[in-house]
Design a protein around this ligand. Structure first.
Ligand code: SF4
Length: 365
């Protein structure tokens, strides 16, 4: 393989079926030398056998020019950026300070921040300047500490007009000096999506499995607002949250009217959600009424609302205007029966990653 340390590069010239060159520079001219080659064959093409290379690699044909890959010294290749996708995110850590009962990507106690930062820093420099939106996700991105502001500063320099959307539990922003540091790095074009699961503190703390989390998140939301950083709320709707959706909506309207959007989200049954299925699974029909009440309340006070990750056939028709196509393109699927459905084009489909789908999915004819 010849890979001594991680190579982060952009997929460039195709070398016929099953082989691609990877470049570590943004501009690929005729004289640019490749940094590595990836191939499905058992040997790299002639003349490239001295290059760092991964042979007999599965999935090379799925790579497109402009994709950015990280080639690790153990031979693992990750796609860090997919050209043409609207769902590109930097994955910055597997660690988290919460432990949500329905987390789809369970956190791990690993020391990964510096390593992923080095990969992401090189990837950002290769991304197209025209990129509309870049996510930052984990784990919990604020566990990067000061590195988060550093990463934001780099993105602002390399991708000055790109919107940055960060999924964060918001707890770290209860420290106002941390919020100030992030705001100084990039208050512009920055949005934090912060989960809030209940108006009742012990219920929120139960869902995130961390005492005091509710108070920290609320303080964090106020701090983000004070520093002029855009913020929205995300509410995953499941068995432990759906009964109080209307109360939560009233709480948001009275205490957090400065959030710019509230997204109610269907469950992805994987990770902890799969392990805790008996505690979290609920059929969308069961929460249709509290969801509808919550949406009526928020919209009556001018707070924009969306529903993510719930297919149209599981929602009452009056909620369809709020339903978005929100599942990331690489996870979004349709069932066989969806081919007959009259609203398939406007439906967001289901998580292909979920171990359980609603038994009430049926085509709308
Ligand atoms: S049947 Fe399929 S396409 Fe139609 S609304 Fe349900 S999930 Fe969407």
């Amino acid at each position: 393989m010849g890979i001594d340390s991680t190579i982060v590069g952009q997929v460039g010239r195709q070398l016929g079926a099953g082989s691609v060159e990877v470049f570590v520079e943004r501009l690929i001219g005729p004289g640019t030398a490749p940094a590595a080659v990836l191939t499905t064959a058992n040997q790299a093409p002639i003349g490239m056998q001295e290059l760092p290379r991964i042979e007999e690699m599965y999935g090379v044909d799925d790579l497109r020019n402009g994709d950015i890959v990280a080639i690790h010294s153990d031979g693992v290749v990750n796609t860090v950026f997919r050209e043409g996708s609207a769902n590109n995110s930097l994955f910055v850590t597997e660690q988290c300070n919460s432990h949500c009962i329905m987390c789809s990507q369970p956190p791990r106690r690993v020391s990964d921040i510096e390593y992923l930062l080095s990969v992401n820093t090189r990837a950002v420099r290769l991304m197209p300047k025209s990129l509309a939106t870049l996510g930052i996700t984990g784990g919990e991105p604020t566990l990067l500490g000061s590195h988060l502001a550093g990463l934001l500063r780099l993105i602002r320099v390399e991708l000055p007009s790109t919107n940055i959307e960060i999924l964060s539990n918001g707890r770290r922003f209860s420290d106002d000096s941390f919020t100030a540091e992030v705001a100084e790095a990039s208050a512009e074009l920055l949005l934090f999506s912060v989960p809030l699961y209940s108006d009742y503190a012990p219920r929120h703390d139960y869902v995130v499995q961390s005492q005091g989390a509710f108070a920290e998140t609320i303080r964090g939301l106020y701090s983000l607002a004070m520093h002029g950083i855009r913020r929205e709320l995300r509410v995953v709707v499941h068995q432990a949250t759906y009964r109080r959706l209307h109360s939560l909506a009233k709480f948001v309207q009275r205490n957090l009217p400065f959030v710019e959007h509230v997204a109610f989200m269907g469950l992805e049954v994987t990770g902890f959600a799969r392990a805790n299925e008996a505690k979290v699974w609920v059929e969308p029909q069961e929460y249709a009424k509290p969801l509808s009440d919550a949406i009526d309340h928020l919209t009556a006070f001018g707070i924009p609302v969306s529903i993510y990750n719930v297919p149209l056939c599981l929602l009452p028709a009056e909620l369809w205007p709020y339903a978005r196509i929100s599942i990331s393109d690489w996870k979004r699927e349709f069932l066989e029966s969806c081919s007959k459905c009259s609203v398939r084009e406007s439906c967001g489909g289901v998580f292909g990653t979920s171990s359980r789908q609603s038994s009430f999915i049926q085509p709308i004819l």
